[in-house]
Design a protein around this ligand. Sequence first.
Ligand SMILES: Nc1ncnc2c1ncn2[C@@H]1O[C@H](COP(=O)(O)OP(=O)(O)OP(=O)(O)O)[C@@H](O)[C@H]1O
Ligand SMILES: [Mg+2]
Length: 364
Amino acid sequence: MNGARGADVARLIDIIDQFRRESILVLGDFVADEFVFGEISRVSREAPVLILRRREMHTLPGGGANAVNNLADLGARVHPVATLGDDAAGDGLAEYFRKKKVDTAGLLHRSGWTTPAKTRFLAGWPHTAQQQVLRVDREPDGLPDAAIEMIVRKARERIAGVSAVLISDYGYGSATPEIVASIRGRKRWARPVTLDSRHRLHAYAGLDLTAATPNEAEIEAAHNAQIAGDPSKLDSFARRTMARLNLGALVVTRGRHGMTVFERGRAPQPLAVFGSDQAVDVTGAGDTVIAAFTLALAAGASVLQAARIANYAGGIVVMKRGTATVTREELVAAIRSDASEKCAEPGCSSAGVPGSSPRTSPTG
Ligand SMILES: Nc1ncnc2c1ncn2[C@@H]1O[C@H](COP(=O)(O)OP(=O)(O)OP(=O)(O)O)[C@@H](O)[C@H]1O
Ligand SMILES: [Mg+2]
């Protein structure tokens, strides 16, 4: 089952309406997603290379900062805890969130440290499409103990007031299994805790997490084996990951194949992509998915309801250029249009599909 009908639609919209009453702690690796635009002017005389005449540069929040940005645009109050370097990329990210009225007190500037950054160079002529010609990444060294202690302290100060915790580990040191263990201490989490980890999903065993949202490549890497489009392998790897991390749920994102939702004691639920599978830009779609999924869980959704909302969010965001976000209005419009499309199919009654009822309108 994929599309939403009747009372089901009303429930998803109620959950989305609840988003603005939730606050979320994000423990994450902030990345600056930089885009340098220019025109190819000529071939260099120094070497057989093209010269890009730089016109402008835009910086967008990437990695954990993209999850924060998505949460903010979905209406949540967000409390990020992350490390930034004392460089232009770090200052740019802090300024971006300050302007957006996100709580920036947990953004820890560290002198001598490099803010992780991915710079894409996009070349074109005035009347042609832009094309990426090069990407340059800046990667920091590891964080010293003092920086890690600060992260743990900031996170512990904030945790009592939030309704969920989102961990976005891109391998740059602000979100690690050791930091999560120190934040948690000896108690069980009293709220949903979700994980996205690029390189070490299985290192989060024993931390009492609620759910994780790996992509297929991350599941393959964790099991050191290929899925190769075989659903029985996906199922077996997912179940083993859940057992190992003691997770109640696992949402495996599968690019243009959508996602599959695994829950303990239930059959897997595949969700097809919403909208077109001809994506414009898939950068950061996974961050949008974990943001919408976590916020929906915080708002009281079941795992499947939260995954369906996240799947709509993923389908919308890949139709936008660059590292992008989704709003509640866009989510509600997508759910309604999907339901009315499904209702053109035989056997569907549209009774109960909310139209423009003010009660369910997600404004404010
Ligand atoms: N080509 C596509 N067409 C339609 N939807 C897509 C496409 N790629 C991704 N999506 C949507 O975005 C969701 C997440 O995408 P994906 O599986 O690529 O995550 P990811 O690899 O973790 O991304 P990230 O690069 O942010 O880490 C998918 O579950 C799907 O809903
Ligand atoms: Mg991802």
